[in-house]
Write a protein that binds this ligand. Sequence first.
Ligand SMILES: *[C@@H]1O[C@H](CO)[C@@H](O)[C@H](O)[C@H]1NC(C)=O
Ligand SMILES: *[C@@H]1O[C@H](CO)[C@@H](O)[C@H](O)[C@H]1NC(C)=O
Ligand SMILES: *[C@@H]1O[C@H](CO)[C@@H](O)[C@H](O)[C@H]1NC(C)=O
Ligand SMILES: *[C@@H]1O[C@H](CO)[C@@H](O)[C@H](O)[C@H]1NC(C)=O
Ligand SMILES: *[C@@H]1O[C@H](CO)[C@@H](O)[C@H](O)[C@H]1NC(C)=O
Ligand SMILES: *[C@@H]1O[C@H](CO)[C@@H](O)[C@H](O)[C@H]1NC(C)=O
Ligand SMILES: *[C@@H]1O[C@H](CO)[C@@H](O)[C@H](O)[C@H]1NC(C)=O
Length: 901
Amino acid sequence: MGRLLLSLTVLFYTLSPINSDFVIEGIRNIQKRSIEKPANDIEVYSIIFNSQVTSRFAHNVITSRAVNRANISKEAIFNVDLPKTAFITNFSMIIDGITYPGVIKEKEAAKKQYEKAISRGQTAGLVRASGRKTEKFTVSVNVASESKVTFELVYEEMLKRHLGKYEMFIKVQPKTLIKKYEIEVDIHEPQGISFLDAKASFLTNDLLPTIQKSFSGEKGHVSFKPTIDQQRSCPDCETTLLDGDFTVTYDVNRETPGNIQVVNGYFVHFFAPPKLSGVPKNVVYVIDRSGSMWGRKLQQTKQALLQILNDTSEHDHFNFILFAHDGVPWKNSMMKATPENLEEAKDFVRGIKIEGWTNINDPLLMAVELLNQAHENKTLPERSVSLIVLLTDGEANKGESNPAKIQENVKKAIQGKYTLYSLGFGTSVDYPFLEKLALENSGIARRIYEDSDAELQLQGFYNEIANPTLINIKMQYPENAIADLTKNNFKHYFDGSEIVVAGRVTDNDLNSFIVDVKAEGADKSMKYTENIQLQDQDDVTEQQKYIFGRFTERLWAYLTIQQLLEKRLYADPSEKANLTAQALELSLKFKFVTPLTSMVVTKPEEKDKEEETLIADKLVEGQSTYNQPKPQRQFISHSPPRQASPVSYQPPTFVDSDPHFVINVPEKNDALCFNIQEEPGVILNLIEDKQLGIAVNGELIGNKHIDNVISNETYFGRIGIVNRAMKIRIEVTTEKIIVLNNKNKKKFSWQKTGSISSEGFNLVVNKRRNVTFSFGEGATFVILLHEVWKGHPLHRDFLGFYTMDDHTFSDGVHGLLGQFFHGVNYEITEVHKTDDPDKPDATMKLKNNLLTVTRGEQRDYRKNLKNGDKIPCWFVHFNGKGLIDGTHTDYIVSDIFSISD
Ligand SMILES: *[C@@H]1O[C@H](CO)[C@@H](O)[C@H](O)[C@H]1NC(C)=O
Ligand SMILES: *[C@@H]1O[C@H](CO)[C@@H](O)[C@H](O)[C@H]1NC(C)=O
Ligand SMILES: *[C@@H]1O[C@H](CO)[C@@H](O)[C@H](O)[C@H]1NC(C)=O
Ligand SMILES: *[C@@H]1O[C@H](CO)[C@@H](O)[C@H](O)[C@H]1NC(C)=O
Ligand SMILES: *[C@@H]1O[C@H](CO)[C@@H](O)[C@H](O)[C@H]1NC(C)=O
Ligand SMILES: *[C@@H]1O[C@H](CO)[C@@H](O)[C@H](O)[C@H]1NC(C)=O
Ligand SMILES: *[C@@H]1O[C@H](CO)[C@@H](O)[C@H](O)[C@H]1NC(C)=O
């Protein structure tokens, strides 16, 4: 606890670039425009960020106001980056005096509403992308001429102490000059504030005084209200200099190691003992040196390790295990951090070399064994902390490679004796696996972003765990008077952090209670006792005039939800359901948008449009959510951004032409493609989901035979779809569509529009164009008919198959398209020129294969049946070898209705 870097970023901008004078950056000669007489556009005239922090709990309200000066309606966009550790608690839009509030609902309930809206094409997600420390909240709304709009977003979080301070990091980016721009932070800390600072990366020295900061006793205040002239990047400029980071840092007095706040029957206990001598630590660094670490990642890792060795205290012990196809220790025992040993270790680190494969299981067990032996041998100090730090950039593919089995093995070996931290370097790691591995062994997981500062990220992580000063901390409360305690036993306390425990006081008549904190220090056992006097109700009321009410209760709920969600990650299935139910109940009761809830906002009706449903979700690291809108493809140029329809949010995964397979990869805003070369008559499996009982197979046809032309192009001429549960079979050829339901047979011709609909199954034939069909919610497909003129000497009519929605499919879904429904993880490196400047080659790392791929282009024919829309993609050669599981012949089936049992 207390080790996560805390940050808060706010980024605002208004988007109305159509008539704006200053969208194009770098143009010097910008026409001066008076803010009092704005152009025909949306003017954001006020942005206010207001934060109230009470005992580390921050309640933040962002309000932005805009007016549409144009004589036609225009779109206003509200965009905020909020910390990943925060929960949104409210959002509303006020348009023409009418409030459109956000309603927090169970995710499943919100999902239903969302899907209903999807079918009308009127939906949008609000939380879109996740950055390093933040996630982006975006909403846009059409504002009528001369009308005003107000956006208000509220979110809450607990500031965690990290290396001796609490930090709020606000990203400021208004993009234009704003009449009223304000950041106001009020801090109330009952222990008294020991220092308070505020900085802005974009301010020059003469503007520093525009930040006002003051603190005295329990109260601190920061305000930043630059006037329009102070916002200008130069005296006559119309551009803003407000672009960068605004940071508020502070700490509280540590006269007593602990502080307890009780309000309205809930208490919060903060514990951070003053400087103590450090407890020796024994660390085994388990470092990945597999092929993918090659290059900058390895250099950065080496630099970070050298720095870590520099910072290691002499009372510490350490060792390294490097792993690739197996684990190799530096030394056969734990080494004391003597100057000589550290020097030797540095030479060893400098000499680390790359090898193939990734074996995670064996080196971790080896690390446990090293610590076990050293403890048995009494090589290590009796009072000490033993840690294993795993750094990897990939997934296990050697030795035990089943993630669940590795977790089981490691947990069994560690037996709760040591703490395991896992660092996932880059985006190819299986983050949920690393997270569970760490949490199960009382550690945490951290993602290291592949960037120029990766070295600093690694060192930063080390600094947080570098200095343990207490171990086995037990926070004890009177059992008969306290309930609903959050976690109260901790393995370590690291210098500069803080332990927080919250709970409920069950005895209303209690005047005081005693809390004991017992722990092991560097050389003796420690005990801290606190005697809490419960305040008079009058005092509490007085205090609440300044702070916001019920903060202890909300802080308790926030901590409890966080801990339940974390426990859920490694609980067994029976326990998981209960943890989920508890976390959901609290999320709804306290109105937090957590991974179990969503906030639904219904936008006002617009001309020619129905109302629109918006959803805010909490994004979860390493997982995707059902309704996280896939980024819109930039290259579908004729699709204007506001035509929000499911189509534009879900670029498809499909197969069309002679057969070109295109796999959409929304996470990367890119696509992969490959061809399959087979003989006419061959039937290929496209999708198979045994669990759902759904399969799609396609039969290849060739060109017409003409003398002197050797043509081996093939196309899909017949597609079979089977849904066992619904007892439906559909056969689509270039002439007709036949639907078999039980014994009923219905036949459609491509020459006529028609439809069928029953119990979740819908099929619509659009004359000579396409047939759309869906099985319940979340499995929707379109087959396009490509017609060539009757007398074409070579070509025949053929079909294209497009997946419009695949989120119903189980994890086991397979097939040439189906296996990619749940994402595909790859990395492109070494892009290099070829003879064709438009088709560079690159190396693609995928499932630990290194493939040479070529930039190419395929066509999506849904909107333009004749010419198609270009889809740039990375082409995988040789029938998709290395990308698809197995070889392409594994996908050949005997019948268009084949499905395995
Ligand atoms: C809106 O204003 C522009 C110029 O300011 C003018 O050309 C246009 O006719 C106006 N449109 C309407 C609907 O009044
Ligand atoms: C959310 O904010 C709106 C606008 O300020 C307010 O009317 C509403 O009561 C708030 N909802 C909750 C649950 O606090
Ligand atoms: C480690 O410390 C030595 C001497 O204090 C210094 O010369 C060296 O640059 C440091 N190494 C790193 C990686 O910081
Ligand atoms: C433990 O002690 C034995 C015997 O002294 C020695 O062989 C072995 O290397 C030691 N192991 C460790 C991990 O220190
Ligand atoms: C979870 O389990 C506990 C005890 O087993 C029970 O008291 C509680 O009601 C359950 N909570 C939910 C939300 O199911
Ligand atoms: C298809 O024909 C082209 C040229 O006509 C040839 O290069 C290619 O190898 C052929 N492919 C197969 C699978 O026969
Ligand atoms: C199917 O055809 C209809 C009618 O031409 C068209 O409106 C629709 O956009 C087509 N759908 C797809 C996904 O191609």
